[in-house]
Design a binder for this molecule. Structure first.
Ligand code: UN1
Length: 513
C-alpha cells in the first residue's frame, strides 16, 4: 500500500523474489544461499538477495585492486567530479531511496529522507574536500632544503555498516575515501542489503557514464563471515566498522593483530543534562526526538536524561504527557513519529532490558510493551518507555537499541551531573541544556563531558556531516565525516628536498668520508 514495486524498479531492485548479485561476482563460486528480506513495517517480503561466498569476496577484492590502479592516478578534483555526479543522482532518487530506507529499516519516512540528505551533504563536502587535501610545508633546518608532507591514498577501504543507518554511514566513509583516491568494499548489514543495492545501482550508472570501472565502489552482501575475512585481510589497509561494541572489539583485535587501521564507531550511552537554567520547551523537544527518533536505534539516541531535582517533576510530567500520545505505526505514513524496531529479536531485547532494569530497582513510568493488535501484528512495534533509575544499574550501563529513556535525578552542581553523564563505558554523544555560561563551559571543558560529541542546547542525535563524528572509550575512538576526518583514509608522506650542492646532515652531525 505504501511501497509500490515501481519504486523498487526505479532503484534497480526489479521485483520481489529477484535474487541479486553485485555484478562483480561473475566467475565466482555460486552460492545457493538466498536471504529473504522482510520489511519490519508490515512483515512483507520485499526481495531476496544472494549471499556472497568467500570466493565471491576474493573476486571483489581483485576487482577493487585493479580499479585502484586507475583511480589513484586520477587527480583528486576529478575524483570529486565523480562524487558530485553521485550526489546529483542521489538528489534525483532522494524520495525513492528515502522511502526504501524507511520500508526496509523501519525509520519514519522523514528520517529516511534525512538519511539520504545526509548522503547528499557528504557528497558536497567531499567534492569541496577534493581540492583541499592539504599537507603542510615546513622550514628545514638545513640550507637549500625544503620539507613538506603530502597525503596519498591507502588502497582498499573496507566498510562494514549497521542496519540503523543503512546507507548514510557508508556514504560518509565511501565518499571521503573516494576523493582521497581509495576504492571501497562495502559490507552492509545483512538486515538491510536492499538500500545498499539501490546505492550500488546509482554508483554503477555514474561510473559507467564516466567510463570508469565499477570496482571503484564495491558491494558484498554477506554475513559476519565476510566481515571476518575483511578484518583479517591484509589487502584492506583500513577497515571502518559501525555497530555494537562486541563486534567492534573483534574487528579491532583482528585488524590490530595485523597492524592495519581500524576506524570504529560503536555503541553509545548518550545523556542529556537538564539544569535549573534550561529552556524546558527546547529541552523536551530534543529529548523526545533523541529518545524515540529511529525508534531509539541511533547510536546517538538519547538513553539517559539527567535532570536537576528542582525541575525534575515538571520534566517528568511533560514527557509523560507527550509519550501518552506518541503516534506509533507505519513509518511511511506522514503523521507517524515512531516506527517499528528492526525485527522481533530487537523487540525481545527491548522487553528483556525493561524487565531486568525493574528487577534492579527501576520504576517503569510508561510504555515498555511489545504491541500486537491489528497493524502491529509483526511483533516489531513497541511503546517507548520512560523508566526512573539510578545510573549504576547494570542495565542502564548497557546500550539497548530501542526507545528506552532512563530518568536520573541530580541535586547538586553541574559537576555532579557531568560525573553521572561520564559514568558509563561508552563515550559517543552528550548534551546539556542550560543558558548559564558557567555550566555550559564547564560541560565543554577538559573536566567536562568525556564524549566525542558534546552539545549545548541541542540534543544528542542528529549531527551534521560538517563535524567529525565518533566517540571515545568503548565507542571505539574513530572519527568519520567532517572536519579533518579524511586524514584517516590516507597515508602521510614526509618529503625533504635538497636543492643545494651540499649534503648537510640533520642535527649537525659530521660524517666525513
Ligand atoms: C548512527 O546512529 O550510527 O548524529 C549514526 C546522528 C546521525 C548519525 C547517526 N547524523 O544521529
Amino acid at each position: 500500500r505504501y511501497f509500490p514495486v515501481a519504486t523498487l524498479k526505479q532503484l534497480g531492485i526489479e521485483a520481489v523474489n529477484n535474487a541479486w548479485s553485485t555484478g562483480l561476482m561473475d566467475g565466482g563460486e555460486k552460492n545457493e544461499e538466498i536471504k529473504k528480506i522482510h520489511s519490519p513495517v508490515d512483515g512483507n517480503l520485499i526481495a531476496s538477495v544472494r549471499m556472497a561466498t568467500a570466493a565471491d569476496y576474493n573476486n571483489v577484492v581483485n576487482t577493487a585492486q585493479e580499479a585502484f590502479l586507475i583511480w589513484r592516478q586520477m587527480p583528486a578534483p576529478k575524483r570529486g567530479e565523480i562524487v558530485r555526479q553521485i550526489g546529483n543522482k542521489l538528489r534525483e532518487n532522494k524520495e525513492a531511496l528515502g522511502r526504501l530506507v524507511s520500508y526496509e529499516m523501519g525509520k519514519i519516512v522523514q528520517e529516511g529522507l534525512g538519511e539520504v540528505q545526509e548522503m547528499i551533504d557528504i557528497c558536497d563536502f567531499a567534492v569541496g574536500l577534493s581540492r583541499q587535501l592539504h599537507g603542510r610545508t615546513m622550514h628545514s633546518e638545513r640550507p637549500s632544503h625544503r620539507m613538506y608532507d603530502q597525503y596519498h591514498p591507502l588502497g582498499i577501504v573496507g566498510i562494514i555498516s549497521a542496519f540503523n543507518f543503512p546507507v548514510a554511514v557508508w556514504s560518509w566513509n565511501a565518499m571521503l575515501a573516494a576523493v582521497c583516491g581509495n576504492v571501497c568494499i562495502w559490507k552492509p548489514s545483512e538486515k538491510t542489503p536492499l538500500a545498499a543495492l539501490a546505492c550500488q545501482h546509482i554508483i554503477r550508472e555514474v561510473l559507467a557514464d564516466n567510463d570508469l570501472p565499477e570496482g571503484i565502489f564495491n558491494l558484498v552482501i554477506g554475513d559476519a563471515g565476510i566481515g571476518n575475512l575483511m578484518a583479517h585481510d591484509t589487502r584492506i589497509p583500513l577497515l571502518s566498522a559501525t555497530g555494537s561494541t562486541p563486534m567492534g572489539k573483534k574487528v579491532g583485535e583482528a585488524v590490530g593483530a595485523r597492524l592495519g587501521r581500524a576506524l570504529l564507531e560503536l555503541g553509545g550511552n548518550n545523556a542529556i543534562i537538564i539544569t535549573p537554567n534550561a529552556d524546558l520547551e527546547m529541552a523536551i523537544r530534543a529529548v523526545v526526538f533523541g529518545a524515540v527518533g529511529t525508534c531509539g536505534q541511533r547510536c546517538t539516541s538519547t538513553r539517559r536524561l539527567i535532570v536537576h531535582d528542582s525541575v525534575y517533576e515538571e520534566v517528568k510530567e511533560r514527557l509523560l504527557k507527550i509519550y501518552a500520545n506518541l503516534p506509533i505505526g507505519n513509518p511511511l505514513q506522514e503523521n507517524i513519529l515512531v516506527g517499528p524496531l528492526i525485527d522481533k529479536t530487537a523487540a525481545k531485547a527491548f522487553e528483556h532490558a525493561i524487565a531486568e532494569v525493574q528487577i534492579e530497582g527501576g520504576k517503569l513510568l510508561i510504555g515498555g510493551e511489545i504491541l500486537s493488535d491489528g497493524d502491529y501484528k509483526t511483533g516489531t512495534y513497541v511503546s517507548p518507555a520512560i523508566i526512573e533509575v539510578e545510573n549504576h544499574y547494570p542495565t542502564v550501563q548497557e546500550e539497548t537499541f530501542g526507545p528506552i529513556l532512563y530518568l536520573i535525578k541530580y541535586s547538586g552542581s553541574v559537576e555532579e551531573a557531568i560525573a553521572l553523564q561520564n559514568g558509563v563505558r561508552q563515550g559517543l554523544s552528550s548534551a546539556i541544556f542550560s543558558s548559564n555560561l558557567l555550566e555550559t563551559e564547564t560541560f565543554l571543558s577538559a573536566w567536562g563531558s568525556d564524549c566525542g560529541i558534546a552539545n549545548v542546547n541541542i540534543g544528542t542525535s542528529g549531527a551534521e556531516i560538517g563535524g567529525a563524528f565518533g566517540g571515545e572509550k568503548e565507542t571505539g575512538g574513530g572519527r568519520e565525516s567532517g572536519s579533518d576526518a579524511w586524514k584517516v583514509y590516507m597515508r602521510r608522506q614526509t618529503n625533504t628536498i635538497n636543492f643545494g650542492a651540499e649534503l648537510p646532515l640533520a642535527q649537525g652531525i659530521k660524517f666525513d668520508i
